[in-house]
Design a binder for this molecule. Structure first.
Ligand SMILES: [Mn+2]
Length: 275
């Protein structure tokens, strides 16, 4: 349980899907990190920051810039946490050391002004996507990861590409609703029962990304604001906030192009969406 002091501000982003094909998104992200950094700032990177992660031993130009950006933020006093997404789940302690961030278990709990926020990438709430959940279980096993990371880099690249196109086909052929958070899984998570059956502790607010369906939901699944331009309020019981994905490189593909959630230590939230 991470306790946020009253005078601090926390910032959450996810789903940047950074790669060599997203120079504009990387540029905006670098600038954003600089803007929000400082002594009383916390940044939580909630998964799929990278489009793929092939191992900490494979650092390309994009990851180099990421490392530098995060390290600089850390050096001015920002606390930085990283949670795995379904694309960058192989980010390891070595990268954490280089960039000076801490890796968080998914889910994690924060307390802000006596409210408990459960933060998660969000993929585990999409329980209806059985094929993905099966892959997730397998790929989070130590042995699977050890074997994958032992492959020569060319082979890792090939394997990742094959997995990627398989997942694209799966997405295209699946009904949209199985790619979203399951209402019952969300309800149970508020009560402290995680989709895998484990007890994680009750929470007041759930915050996640992954689905690319930015929204603020109250009373579980009733949306309060769908794709809001800027939405503010007080943290309260039953709130579920879904972070936007980022995309400055193929803007025709989505709108908004990015955004983040800001929460003050006193429990006020502000969902900023870049259009
Ligand atoms: Mn994801």
């Amino acid at each position: 349980l991470i306790e946020i002091p009253k005078q601090d501000t926390i910032f959450f982003v996810s789903d940047l899907h950074l790669s060599k094909h997203t120079p504009q998104t990387l540029k905006v992200f670098k600038h954003w990190v600089q803007t929000v950094s400082g002594q009383n700032s916390w940044i939580f990177l909630l998964g799929d920051i990278f489009e793929t992660w092939l191992g900490d031993d494979y650092i390309d130009l994009v990851s180099l810039q990421f490392i530098e950006t995060i390290k600089n933020a850390r050096d001015v006093g920002t606390k930085i946490y990283f949670m795995h997404g379904n694309r960058d789940f192989l980010v390891g302690e070595a990268l954490g050391k280089l960039a000076k961030f801490e890796i968080l278990h998914d889910p994690a709990l924060l307390t802000v002004n006596q409210q408990i926020i459960l933060i998660t990438h969000g993929d585990q709430l999409c329980v209806d996507d059985k094929a993905y959940q099966k892959f997730r279980l397998q790929s989070r096993q130590q042995l699977w990861q050890k074997n994958f990371l032992a492959l020569p880099i060319e082979q890792r690249i090939k394997t990742a590409e094959a997995m990627r196109s398989e997942s694209q086909i799966h997405k295209t052929n699946s009904p949209l609703n199985i790619m979203d958070a399951n209402p019952k899984a969300v309800e149970d998570s508020f009560q402290g029962k995680w989709p895998n059956g484990k007890s994680v502790g009750k929470c007041d607010v759930i915050l996640h990304g992954h689905t690319h369906r930015c929204a603020i939901h109250r009373n579980l699944n009733e949306p309060v604001a769908e794709k809001p331009i800027c939405h503010t309020g007080e943290l309260q019981k039953g709130l579920r906030i879904v972070l936007p994905d980022w995309n400055y490189d193929y803007p025709e593909k989505n709108h908004p192009q990015g955004g983040f959630l800001e929460v003050s230590g006193e429990g006020k939230y502000n969902l900023h969406v870049f259009n």
